[in-house]
Design a protein around this ligand. Sequence first.
Ligand code: UGA
Length: 431
Amino acid sequence: MTITLVGHGYVGLVSACVFADLGNTVYVIGRNQEKLDRLKSGDPIIYEPGLEELLKKNLSAKRLIFTTSYKEAIPSSEVVMIGVGTPPTETGEADLTSVLAVATEIGKNLGPHYTVVSCKSTVPVGTNRKIEEVISKLKSPQASFEVASCPEFLREGTALNDTFQPDRIVIGSDSQKAINVLLKLHEPLEGERVVVGLESAEIIKYASNSILSTKISFANLISFICEKTGADVEEVLQGVGLDKRIGRLFLYPGTGYGGSCFPKDVLALINTGSSFDVDMTLLKSVDTINKQAQALFAEKIITNAPGKNIGVWGLAFKPNTDDVRFAPALHVIKTLLDNGFSVTAYDPEGMDNTRAILGDAISYAQSPFDAVDSKDALVIFTDWNEFKQIDLAKVKSLLKQPYIFDGRNMYEPAKMAEAGFHYFSIGRKHT
Ligand code: UGA
């Protein structure tokens, strides 16, 4: 098939590379010529394991075409997928400006045949019908089209695996013809097919991200109680998670969820529910607890650190990504800076993106050891593999004071005490 992906962020670029790898001809539309030139040269711009190789492979096979021109891509495409951002507005709603602008361009350029317009961007319920309206008004009389919602469930860091082997592929549409085209396009991919109505597909995406966020906030809430009562949250959640009805996945406490999805999607669902007079207390609490997790971690450092010159490991909102959007690390670091701390940070991939936000308000280290050299304490935000079995004796010898504040519960408190550290983690006894 010939298809178009509009947008080349995590969703757009990963989907484009995967569909190209399956033998399709894939146009990718972007707005920024400089970024498109980088993509054309095989640089994926974002850090995502395996993506660069897949991009290069499909560029050389000439199955991937990057362009700014809707006129070049849309008329020959059987499927046009929208994969642009829906960032939060100041009031927490999803900003649909880009999605609707893209719909306008698609409408103006549809070819004189049948096209399926499928939205992969995370959009509030009702948006696909708006997209349909916009395109209907602008399309030529010879063009026919139908819309379908095809939400994306890939995670950063494991995006390729999640796209080749998803748990499920959700296709929402009123039209069996559109559904059949999308079923054919997704045929080689694994995962259960969930074929539903437009509105259901839109809500499945928000409900999925919101329940995962709820599990994380629940784990954090239990960690607050454990810390006050002498219980150990890891023991507690292991005991809870072994119940198959509950499971342990996404029941790990920490400094709260971050990234470009959970924080904004929880807020957007609160907004949608509220606009239909549904009491959204549950998700409002999920958001509040997430903010408390960050505030309590900052407070723990401010109260217990023996000095204000600290080293930081991890800036990305989770391992295996360079993404620092809504990263708990950046939020907590800002609080620490406001309280007179000075920060030297190390992250294997997230330093360039952090520099773009925090500039030289903090210093950047060349290695984890460099970050802790002569510092009063180490603060850990992201559980990158390279920190898991690092030489802690060397860390101790470099630190001015043997203090570690671990926002990801990476180490065993008893072992840390034995090694002579003052070790503060989440929901466990301090040593
Ligand atoms: C999330 C969803 O997992 C994807 O299914 C979805 O497609 C994506 O959002 C999206 O809507 O685009 P992602 O944001 O890449 O994916 O990251 P996750 O792995 O879900 O982690 C989100 C945050 O939760 C991270 O900050 C992570 O550290 C935190 N987390 C996760 C915890 O604090 N505890 C946990 O137990 C699990």
